[in-house]
Design a protein around this ligand. Structure first.
Ligand code: 6PG
Length: 241
């Protein structure tokens, strides 16, 4: 198990507010340095709290997002206007309130097939992100949520058990146990390659998933992420006692 940081909170609002302020500091550092900044967003209920906290905190700080490019950690294969769309969630709760220009928004083509959307998303990410020594695109930040089964993005235990031999930048998922079944997700190597990964672990019924994931012998998708990279930061309102 590589080093990670666990920050505990009493409720989703406190978690979201602290993570939002910390992220704005990350973005500000990058803006001051005049560097482009790439972030991949997840969906889920905690994302609602988080996006609202970012919008509120950025208003107080007059934060600039002029150098921030938005990608997705995963997307459901539904049209962008669908209530299930992670893009729609982010558009309505984060991107529009922050007036992010279209050119900085790189949605996954949810209206396409998982395979076509995964290929297109990988090409778009690779066209903008720096590459590491394995020529993997390096995202500055990946935000993850935790599923009740220890899934992250749309990487599920069943998927993890039968990892296809060829790992990709984005992967097509056709049998998600969490509806809808067809999705696109960052694959493990791309999450590993990211400069920072912050897990927003929130919600009831996830105690065993988090405990299992933090175990050195853990086998959940989140455990796999923790084993593959250092310094993952976990913001959690889930009890691990
Ligand atoms: C998705 C999400 C998914 C989510 C977790 C946690 O598209 O479904 O990206 O990975 O982050 O399932 O979701 P909740 O915060 O709603 O429990």
């Amino acid at each position: 198990m590589k080093p990670f940081e666990l920050l505990s909170f009493r409720n989703p609002q406190a978690l979201a507010q602290t993570a939002a302020v910390a992220w704005l500091e990350e973005v500000a550092k990058s803006t001051r340095a005049g560097k482009p900044y790439s972030v991949a967003l997840s969906g889920g209920r905690i994302a609602l709290d988080y996006f609202s906290a970012v919008v509120e905190a950025s208003a107080h700080r007059r934060a600039s997002f002029c150098n921030v490019h938005f990608f997705w950690a995963d997307e459901r294969c539904v049209p962008p206007s669908d209530p299930e769309s992670n893009y729609r969630l982010a558009r309505e709760r984060l991107l529009d309130p922050l007036n992010i220009p279209e050119g900085q928004i790189h949605r996954v083509l949810g209206e396409a097939s998982p395979e076509v959307a995964a290929d297109s998303a990988a090409k778009e990410l690779c066209s903008l992100a720096l590459r590491d020594h394995n020529s993997l695109p390096v995202l500055d930040m990946v935000f993850l949520g935790l599923g009740e089964d220890g899934h992250v993005a749309s990487l599920f235990p069943t998927e993890h058990a039968n990892l296809p031999p060829k790992q990709c930048i984005y992967r097509a998922v056709t049998n998600s146990p969490k509806p809808p079944p067809e999705r696109v997700t960052l694959d493990y190597p791309t999450i590993t390659a990211a400069r920072k990964v912050w897990m927003l672990a929130s919600g009831t019924g996830k105690e065993s998933a988090l405990r299992a994931s933090l175990s050195p012998s853990g086998t959940t998708p989140f455990a796999h992420v923790l084993h593959c990279r250092s310094d993952t930061r976990i913001f959690s309102d889930i009890s691990t006692s």
